[in-house]
Design a protein around this ligand. Structure first.
Ligand SMILES: NC(=O)c1ccc[n+]([C@@H]2O[C@H](COP(=O)([O-])OP(=O)(O)OC[C@H]3O[C@@H](n4cnc5c(N)ncnc54)[C@H](O)[C@@H]3O)[C@@H](O)[C@H]2O)c1
Ligand SMILES: O=C(O)[C@H](O)[C@@H](O)[C@H](O)[C@H](O)CO
Length: 263
């Protein structure tokens, strides 16, 4: 039988108070896992805890900044003591800055790289030793369309998410022999607060031009929802994917397959 169960597993999903991380953690809980998440502020953690409770899920929430190595190490040690060794890590925490490249400061560029690329490095590094000792582990990095494509204003984000794709391949290469699988999920355009500015209605009530552009660019002809990522995430976290390593699974309604509508 194919085994998609996550019964008895401890899953850490970073930045999972809402949005994509919350949907993935909820799916993991429904598949049997114990959920741990972190966020940068107590109010976000509290909001997350209330949302999990409303779904009937007992989750463990902590304040931790994924860019702070000392904080992350202390957090992972605390989770191992209070909840158990982390079997599944989802590097979901991330930010985007939409600024034309020539107007972006180096400090802004560095901040995006720090959260979206250094963060997954720091958290993965903290959990891998215990995964090796335990004899298995799953790491899922939340990549992006921008792991493959560029567009105006997102240079730092594209650089970080392209780097995250290669970090994924490297973790798979370096730790595959310890029965650790590291794969990515590359969501297409998903309706969350991160993309809300791209979907805002215009003053005259018409659709934001980017909103119409994305619907036309997506063969599925719609934005994705966080729930669209649930099945792929459970697959990559479960024993069903034990020989899948170093891939990015694009969950994009077909965007990367499509040349675009003829004008
Ligand atoms: N929404 C989309 O269309 C889309 C598409 C592809 C990839 N993604 C990626 O999915 C992930 C989740 O995005 P989302 O759209 O659900 O919403 P989001 O980007 O707003 O959520 C990210 C979460 O990470 C947290 N976070 C930010 N910095 C942090 C830090 N230093 N330490 C810990 N937590 C931190 C935020 O507080 C938030 O809870 C991100 O990595 C994003 O880049 C989103
Ligand atoms: O401004 C943007 O183009 C978007 O915010 C994206 O980058 C998406 O959020 C996503 O990562 C695509 O997969």
């Amino acid at each position: 039988m194919v085994n998609f169960s996550l019964e008895g597993k401890v899953a850490l999903v970073t930045g999972a108070s809402y949005g994509i991380g919350f949907a993935i953690a909820t799916a993991f809980a429904k598949a049997g896992a114990t959920i741990v998440f972190n966020d940068i502020k107590q109010e976000l953690v509290d909001k997350g805890l209330a949302a999990y409770e409303a779904e009937g899920i007992k989750a463990y929430g902590y304040v931790c900044d994924v860019t702070n190595e000392e904080q992350v190490n202390a957090f992972v040690a605390q989770v191992e003591k209070e909840v158990g060794v982390i079997d599944i890590l989802v590097n979901n925490a991330g930010i985007i800055k939409r600024i034309p490249m020539v107007e972006m400061t180096a400090a802004e560029f560095r901040q995006v790289i720090d959260i979206d690329l250094n963060g997954p490095f720091i958290v993965s590094k903290a959990v891998i030793p215990s995964m090796i000792k335990k004899g298995h582990g799953k790491i899922i990095n939340i990549c992006s369309m921008m792991s493959e494509l560029g567009r105006e204003t997102v240079s730092a984000y594209a650089a970080a998410k392209g780097g995250l794709k290669m970090l994924t391949r490297n973790i798979a290469s370096e730790y595959g022999e310890y029965n650790i699988q590291c794969n990515g999920i590359g969501p297409g355009y998903i309706a969350t607060p991160q993309t809300a500015p791209l979907r805002e209605r215009q003053a005259d009530g018409s659709r934001h031009p980017f909103d119409a552009f994305i619907v036309a660019k997506t063969p599925a002809a719609r934005w994705g929802t966080p729930e669209d990522l649930m099945g792929p995430a459970v697959f990559l976290a479960s024993d069903a994917s034990n020989f899948v390593n170093g891939h990015v699974l694009y969950v994009d309604g077909g965007i990367l397959a499509y040349i675009g509508k003829q004008p």
